[in-house]
Design a binder for this molecule. Sequence first.
Ligand code: SF4
Length: 243
Amino acid sequence: MSEPSLPELIARTRATLEKIAAAYSPAVFASSLAAEDMVLTDLILRHQLPIGIFTLETGRLHPETLAMIDRIKATYGYDVTPYQPQPEAVSQYVKSHGLNGFYDSVEARKECCHIRKIEPLNRALAGNRSWVTGQRRAQSVTRAALDVQENDPAHNMVKFNPLADWSEENVWQYLRDHEVPYNPLHDQGYPSIGCAPCTRAIEPGEDVRAGRWWWENPDSKECGLHVVDGKLIRIKSQSADAS
Ligand code: SF4
């Protein structure tokens, strides 16, 4: 079977977003302000779809990533809603583990991700019926089974990954064709962008997510939003992250 063309993918993705807005409202899009997320941001705002856009402002993002909030405002006149961690939880973590204690163990890293991402994500999702991510199947081994529509029992919601079928080239062709602003770190060897201390540039030929939590085993490289009962899960019926 031949790969779908970009116009086909765009039409399909727009139809998915329209379905979400019509039948799964209230709906929110968890944007990490990376290239994929800018495709969805453009489609949602260009077509004025009633899907709210938020980002997890972890307190450890690159300045270039934070600047994307202002660039979205300048381009579309839209205010992305930032969700920040609870200050007391951050203070307690820093006291117990140190500011960068996440390098010491997978557990300490997941605890940091819980405080800075998962708890704020839960707050951002509360009261909504569905949520949307920019995840793609080709991004990593942990995303290989991603479906466009999944049940998310952890949040008791429906979760949509409208770009599940898109290739990296599809994403960049869309951004070029529609002159969509994107994070300049992508031009500096960062195909996948998360918190600054946990993201590095990659070498040509490396996996696109190799720069995320690069000191860990690839099979444990998610921020914990996929973890159910302590196990990393990437199946149709489980929750996923927004990173
Ligand atoms: S990606 Fe790193 S800094 Fe960000 S929340 Fe996770 S462990 Fe903490």
